[in-house]
Design a protein around this ligand. Structure first.
Ligand SMILES: Nc1ncnc2c1ncn2[C@@H]1O[C@H](COP(=O)(O)OP(=O)(O)OP(=O)(O)O)[C@@H](O)[C@H]1O
Length: 763
C-alpha cells in the first residue's frame, strides 16, 4: 500500500519527504499508522528487498489496493504533524528532491563456468588420508602442501585456502617427512589465527599432542619476545612487568614534549606514537630518521627522548620485542646460529603484511632452513600504517633466487557473483600481481547496491533486511556489518540497541559521545542543565583555550563569591584578553541556551563561541581518520531528534553506557550479528555481509583522497584493497550501501565501484 493514515492525516509515500521516512517508520512502530481502508494498524516497510510500502502488521484479509493517484501541479502546502512536515494536496513527483532509489543488483558479470580443478589429481599418501577425513586439496593447493624443499612463495587470493594449505603442510611435514616438530616455526599475524591453526592441526590424522606442544607457532611478537626472554638470564630487562601500557607510552611522550618545550595543547600525540612505531618497525633509530617536515622533526626529537627515558626506567614497548631481537641476533652470531640450526622449516602466514623488521628477522633465520614457505596475497595488504608493504612479496623472490612460486586462484569462500565483482574492483590497482580468481559455486543472489537517505536510514534498512532473513531461518551469526572506521557505525549501534537482534562489537569500539570534540561540545549543554557540573566545566576548558589549572581558582571563587562554577568563568584571570572575553561570553551564551532545543543550542554555541576555530586547531588531534568538523555536523543531526537539552544528554549518556555494556557482552555472546571494522574482519567469513557507507570520503577515506590530490596514490590503492578485503568476506550475499547523504552532506558512490551496466540501472 502506498498510503496510510497518520492520526487524522492521510499520507502518501510519493508525497513524503525522503528525510521523513524514518520518522514515519517510527510512527508505525508506535501504533500511529492505520490502513485507510479497514482502519487496522499498519507498519511502514523500509528495507532493501522492496520499495517502501505500508503493510498490515497482523494477518489481515484487507485487500485494499491503492488508487492510482493523479499527478497534480499545485504548489506544496506543508503542514506540521508530530514534528515533521507533510506536504499536502498535490503530487510532488517532480519536486521530491531525491525520490527513493530502488536497490540495484549487479547482474552484468562474466558467466559462471563449472570448475573442475578440485577433481583433477587424485590424492596419494598422507593427502589421501586427509581426503578421507574430509580435508581435500585442489591441484595447486596440493603442490603447495607437498613442495617441502627450498623457498616457496604461495601467492594466494582471497578465500583460496591459505589456512588449509599451511595447516595441511605442517601435518604433511610431520607425517611424510617425520620432521622433528621442534624444527617447525609457524608464524601468524594474530594470536587468534595461531590458536586456530594449532586447533586445526591437532585434529589431523597422526598428529599428536607432542607435535603441537613442540612446534613453535605464534605471532611475530610472541615468538621473538620468547626468544628475548630466554636470553635474559636474570629476568632483568624483558620481564613482562616492564612492558609499557599505552597510557604509559602517552605519558612518556607528553613528558618529552614538555622537556622539549613543544606546545602540548596542540600536539597530536597518538599520531606521534604511531609514527614512532612506524620508524621502529622500519628499523630507523632516532638518528636515522630523515624528517619530512617540521612536525616530523618534533616527533623525531620526542622519539629520541622517549627512547632515552625508556632505557632509564628499564622498560620496553611492544615494538622493542622485534627490534631488540633483531639487535640480539645481529650482535650475537652464536645465538642466531642456534636458531638458524633449529628452525629448519619456516612457514609464514599473511606475508603481505610483514614490515621491515619482520622481513629482516626472517632473512636472518632462513639461510640454513630446508624449507621456507611464505603465504600471502598482495591484494589484501592493509597495514601500511604499521609499515607493511606488499612489495616484500616481490623481495621474497629476490632474497631467495631459487624460490618457487605457486598461485592459488580458486576461491572456495565466495559465490561467483561476489568473486567476479570483487575482482573487477581490485584489478584497477596498478601495483599488484595479476590473478584471476575463480569461484567454485554460483549463487542465486547478485551483489546488491542500496541507497539509504542517510546513516539513520542505512541502519534501519540493514536491520529490516536482517530481521527478514532471520525470520526465514538464518542465524544472527550468519551476518556481519563492516565499516571503514568505528565512527561510521554510530547510527547502526544505536538502531540495533533499540532492536531485539543480538549483536557484538569490538573491544576497541569507542562511543561517539566520548570523542574529544563531542565530549567538549556536550559539556556546554551539560553546563546549561547544571551550572555546577565540575566535569563538564573541565571538558569545556579546551574549547575556550584555557588551561586546566584555572579550574582550581574557579572552584575557590565559587565558594568565596557564592556563585555557580559556570559564573566563575567570567572571573578567570588570563594574560590574554581574548581568553577572558571568550570566558565571559561563554557564561552568557550558556545561560541563553537553557530553553532552546539542543539543535538550536548547538548552533548558538558554534556561532557565538567560534567553535570552528577550536575544531580547526584540535579537531583532528591524534587521529587523521576522523575529522572534528564532521563530528559536529553529526552531533547536530542527532540533536534534531530531541526537543530538550535534558532529553538529548540523557540519550547520549545512555548510549555511552550501552557501548560499555555491549563490549562486556561481546566477549561471551556467540550467536550474534558481528559489527566490525574491515581491518578486524580480515581472515574471517560470513554468509551475509553488509558494507556501510561505500561512498567517497568514507571508502576511500578522505585522507587518501587528499593524498591522491597531491599526487600520491599509495593510500588510495590501500583503500581499494580494504574494499576488496571487505567484499571477499561474504560467502553468499553482499550488500553495499551507497549512502546518499553522509554527515548531512550529499554523498557520492565510491569511485572504486565499477559503473553499473545492467538494465536495472536505467529504471
Ligand atoms: N580445497 C578446498 N575444498 C573445499 N573448501 C576449501 C578448500 N580450500 C579451502 N576451502 C574453504 O574455503 C574457505 C576459505 O579458506 P581460508 O579461510 O583458508 O582462505 P584464505 O585463503 O585464508 O582466505 P582470506 O585470505 O580471504 O582470508 C574456508 O571455508 C575453507 O574451508
Amino acid at each position: 500500500m502506498k498510503s496510510a493514515r497518520l492520526k487524522q492525516e492521510i499520507i502518501q509515500i510519493h508525497t513524503l519527504k525522503r528525510s521523513d521516512y524514518q520518522l514515519i517508520h517510527q510512527e508505525g512502530k508506535r501504533g500511529n499508522l492505520y490502513c485507510t481502508h479497514c482502519g487496522e494498524n499498519v507498519l511502514f516497510y523500509l528495507g532493501i528487498r522492496d520499495e517502501p510500502n505500508f503493510y498490515h502488521s497482523n494477518e489481515n484479509d484487507c485487500e485494499y489496493v491503492d488508487e492510482v493517484i493523479p499527478k497534480a501541479k499545485e504548489k506544496t502546502i506543508e503542514k506540521e504533524v508530530n514534528g515533521f512536515r507533510l506536504p499536502q494536496g498535490r503530487s510532488i513527483l517532480e519536486e521530491v528532491e531525491e525520490p527513493f532509489k530502488t536497490a540495484v543488483q549487479i547482474e552484468n558479470l562474466p558467466p559462471f563456468t563449472e570448475n573442475t580443478v578440485s577433481q583433477t589429481s587424485p590424492a596419494e599418501g598422507y593427502l589421501q588420508t586427509l581426503d578421507e577425513h574430509g580435508i581435500s586439496f585442489d591441484r595447486d593447493q596440493k603442490r603447495a602442501v607437498t613442495y617441502c624443499h627450498g623457498p616457496l612463495l604461495v601467492l594466494a587470493g582471497a578465500g583460496s585456502g591459505k589456512t588449509r594449505v599451511l595447516t595441511g603442510k605442517t601435518a604433511y611435514l610431520f607425517h611424510e617427512y617425520q620432521v622433528d616438530p621442534r624444527s617447525v616455526l609457524l608464524v601468524t599475524f594474530t594470536a587468534k589465527a595461531a590458536n586456530e591453526m594449532k586447533q586445526r592441526i591437532k585434529t589431523y590424522p597422526y598428529v599428536t599432542a607432542k607435535h603441537i606442544n613442540q612446534m613453535v607457532c605464534g605471532t611475530f611478537h610472541s615468538i621473538f619476545y620468547r626468544i628475548l626472554s630466554f636470553h635474559d638470564y636474570n629476568n632483568q630487562k624483558w620481564d613482562h612487568r616492564y612492558l609499557l601500557k599505552n597510557w604509559q607510552k602517552e605519558q612518556m611522550i607528553k613528558q618529552s614534549a614538555r622537556t622539549l618545550q613543544i606546545d602540548e595543547k596542540d600536539f597530536p600525540f597518538d599520531m606521534a606514537l604511531q609514527l614512532i612505531s612506524f620508524w621502529k618497525n622500519s628499523l630507523l633509530s632516532p638518528k636515522d630518521v630523515r624528517a619530512n617536515d617540521s612536525w616530523e622533526e618534533k616527533v623525531q626529537q620526542m622519539y629520541q627522548a622517549y627512547e632515552e627515558e625508556k632505557q632509564r626506567l628499564n622498560t620496553f614497548d611492544f615494538d622493542d620485542m622485534l627490534s631488540s631481537c633483531y639487535e640480539l641476533f645481529k650482535n650475537n652470531p652464536q645465538i642466531l646460529a642456534q636458531y638458524q640450526k633449529r628452525f629448519k622449516y619456516i612457514l609464514i602466514d599473511e606475508f603481505q603484511d610483514v614490515n621491515k623488521v619482520q622481513f629482516e628477522l626472517l632473512r636472518m633465520l632462513a639461510p640454513e632452513s630446508e624449507h621456507i614457505c611464505a603465504v600471502g596475497d598482495d591484494d589484501q595488504s592493509i597495514y601500511a600504517f604499521r609499515g607493511s608493504d606488499p612489495s616484500y612479496l616481490t623481495e621474497f623472490e629476490q632474497m631467495f633466487e631459487d624460490s618457487f612460486q605457486i598461485t592459488l586462484q580458486q576461491n572456495y569462500r565466495s559465490s561467483h557473483e561476489i568473486t567476479a565483482y570483487a575482482s573487477q574492483v581490485i584489478k584497477k590497482n596498478k601495483r599488484r600481481k595479476a590473478k584471476n580468481m575463480v569461484a567454485q559455486f554460483k549463487s542465486e543472489a547478485y551483489p546488491t547496491l542500496f541507497y539509504p537517505y542517510d546513516e539513520e536510514e542505512e541502519a534501519l534498512m540493514i536491520l529490516t533486511d536482517i530481521q527478514e532473513k532471520i525470520r526465514q531461518g538464518h542465524e544472527p551469526n550468519d551476518f556481519a556489518i563492516l565499516y571503514r572506521t568505528h565512527s561510521t557505525s554510530r547510527a547502526l549501534f544505536e538502531r540495533f540497541t533499540r532492536s531485539n537482534i543480538p549483536f557484538k562489537i569490538e573491544q576497541d569500539a569507542e562511543s561517539f559521545y566520548d570523542r574529544f570534540i563531542i565530549r567538549t561540545l556536550l559539556s556546554f549543554l551539560r553546563l546549561a542543565i547544571n551550572e555546577d557540573d565540575t566535569q563538564a566545566l573541565k571538558d569545556a576548558l579546551p574549547a575556550l583555550f584555557l588551561a586546566q589549572s584555572h579550574l582550581q581558582d574557579m572552584k575557590a571563587n565559587s565558594i568565596l563569591q557564592d556563585c555557580s562554577l559556570l559564573e566563575c568563568l567570567s572571573m578567570v584571570q588570563s594574560k590574554y584578553a581574548f581568553q577572558q572575553s571568550k570566558a565571559k561570553k561563554t557564561v552568557t551564551t550558556i545561560k541563553a541556551i537553557k530553553q532552546l532545543s539542543p539543535f538550536l543550542a548547538l548552533e548558538k554555541i558554534e556561532k557565538e563561541l567560534q567553535i570552528q576555530d577550536f575544531i580547526k586547531k584540535r579537531g583532528n588531534e591524534g587521529n587523521k581518520m576522523d575529522k572534528g568538523s564532521e563530528d559536529l555536523k553529526e552531533l547536530k543531526l542527532i540533536a534534531k531528534k530531541f526537543s530538550t537539552i535534558l532529553e538529548f544528554i540523557e540519550y547520549a549518556d545512555h548510549m555511552r553506557a550501552k557501548i560499555k555494556e555491549m563490549k562486556q557482552l561481546s566477549k561471551t555472546i556467540e550467536n550474534a550479528v558481528t559489527f566490525s571494522t574491515i581491518h578486524k574482519a580480515k581472515g574471517l567469513e560470513y554468509p551475509f555481509v553488509y558494507l556501510l557507507s561505500v561512498v567517497d570520503g568514507s571508502l576511500p577515506h578522505d585522507y587518501a583522497l587528499e593524498e591522491y590530490r597531491s599526487g600520491i596514490d599509495q593510500s588510495l590503492e590501500e583503500e581499494r584493497r580494504l574494499l576488496y578485503v571487505a567484499m571477499t568476506r561474504a560467502k553468499e550475499q553482499l550488500h553495499i550501501s551507497l549512502l546518499q547523504h553522509r554527515k548531512g552532506k550529499k554523498a557520492y558512490p565510491s569511485r572504486f565501484l565499477p559503473p553499473i551496466r545492467n538494465k536495472a540501472l536505467s529504471k
